[in-house]
Design a protein around this ligand. Structure first.
Ligand SMILES: Cc1cc2nc3c(=O)[nH]c(=O)nc-3n(C[C@H](O)[C@H](O)[C@H](O)COP(=O)(O)OP(=O)(O)OC[C@H]3O[C@@H](n4cnc5c(N)ncnc54)[C@H](O)[C@@H]3O)c2cc1C
Length: 376
């Protein structure tokens, strides 16, 4: 479709990354009358992590013009969070009874992200499975070459704004502002039940179970459609090298988490089979959120420890915020950008403080490396 066209096509904005932040940003820009290209490097079919979403998501999406009936197919209500964080083995159950938005949701992230991406397409955003190959800032415009269909075709676009929403992955190397500060080396290992015998439901199935152990913590739940998932979080440099040592480490961490071990016992079989997927889960922030009308949003701008449990709503809000900032097409020296940068720094520092408090509330393993690093 694009192969032979070598001329630059004019759009208002190019959004890179089709996760919640990128899609929300593209949707809001389109609602403001911007002509938008949204590119996503994957086919969106791989495992996407982050399965528990605060009940307020309904309101967030409503403000994007999306009704519950449109996204409900990707979610199921949760009955609460069971937290075995401190010394006592019996978990505290938070049922969200007093939450005016009702209970939280267990989310099929793949379906949810695909839905938002497709919704952007329905608003005339040009949505492509593609990657940025070249980007040059000339006379106040970004001239970008995009590779499509595994490099078989390319599209050249000239845009006023580029918005990078690439998540926690390494920053886009073409970005004019790609320095990132990392605050930890948190890493997630996700286990999924993939055999019929592993699909058994228990009293905890509809809850999110959160459990601390000596060198990290587990969270587990059943996704919509009943598939159980269990994720272990620790620091990358605490993982022993070599498969036998790594397996021993994971067995010990599972054994130390009594409830996870009991209710998600199939995880042991997956450790045996070396069957897990790894994800970066670090806390980090880009040094600057804009340079030459290239903006950064979502986790690409600031990523927090998943313990916060608000990553998806935060990413959507962040994408919407950048889009709204551009609504009146401010010049790149507009003071609004300085004020915005200051507010991002303040938000990040506040969340870091929350993280310290959350980890400090687990005194049992305070002497162990994973916890010690986070308790000051
Ligand atoms: C282990 C773990 C558990 C979590 N659990 C929860 C949870 O329960 N609840 C919650 O609310 N949040 C959770 N989060 C956080 C949440 O997943 C993120 O905050 C959220 O996904 C951020 O959205 P995003 O759009 O900024 O980035 P992402 O969701 O990472 O999306 C980025 C997109 O950009 C694409 N991309 C990357 N590079 C390029 C490129 N160069 N070109 C084109 N496309 C590119 C990626 O393929 C991806 O689709 C968790 C995070 C982790 C790591």
């Amino acid at each position: 479709m694009f192969a032979s066209d070598n001329t630059f096509k004019n759009f208002d904005a190019l959004v890179i990354g089709g996760g919640p932040a990128g899609s929300a940003c593209a949707i809001t820009l389109a609602q403001q009358g911007f002509r938008v290209v949204l590119i996503e490097k994957t086919e969106m079919q791989c495992l996407r992590i982050g399965e528990y979403i605060d009940a307020s998501i309904g309101t967030t999406l409503f403000h994007l013009g999306i009704k519950e009936s449109q996204w409900i197919a990707s979610a199921q209500r949760s009955t609460g969070v069971a937290v075995a964080w401190q010394q006592d083995a019996s978990p505290h159950i938070h049922q969200g009874v007093f939450n005016p938005f009702g209970g939280a949701w267990r989310l099929d992230r793949q379906k949810f992200d695909n839905f938002l991406f497709a919704h952007a397409g329905s608003l005339d955003v040009l949505c492509l499975q593609a990657r940025l190959q070249l980007a040059n800032y000339i006379d106040g415009k970004w001239h970008c070459t995009i590779n499509i269909n595994n490099n078989k075709e390319s599209l050249k676009v000239r845009v006023d704004y580029v918005i990078e929403a690439t998540g926690r992955a390494n920053p886009e190397n073409l970005a004019p502002c790609n320095k990132r500060i990392y605050f930890d080396k948190l890493f997630a290992m996700a286990f999924r039940a993939d055999a019929p015998g592993m699909l058994e439901t228990t009293v905890l199935s509809e809850l999110l179970l959160l459990e601390a152990t000596t060198q990290g913590w587990w969270y587990s739940t059943h996704l919509p459609g009943k598939q159980p998932i269990s994720v272990f979080l620790t620091d990358l440099d605490l993982l022993p090298r070599g498969t036998p040592a790594l397996k021993q480490f994971l067995y010990s961490q599972l054994k130390a988490a009594n409830l996870t071990n009991e209710h998600y016992c199939w995880v042991k079989d997956q450790i045996d089979a070396v069957n897990w997927s790894g994800f970066n889960a670090h806390t980090g922030m880009r040094k600057t959120f804009m340079s030459n009308n290239w903006f950064v949003t979502g986790d690409a701008l600031m990523s927090m420890d998943p313990l916060r449990g608000q990553g998806i709503p935060d990413a959507i809000d962040s994408g919407v915020q950048i889009a709204k900032l551009l609504a009146n097409r401010p010049s790149k020296n507009d003071p609004i950008f300085i004020a915005t940068a200051e507010s991002f720094n303040a938000i990040f520092n506040e969340r870091l403080l929350e993280r310290t408090e959350a980890y400090a509330s687990q005194p049992l393993y305070a002497g162990n490396a994973f916890w010690k690093r986070r308790q000051h």
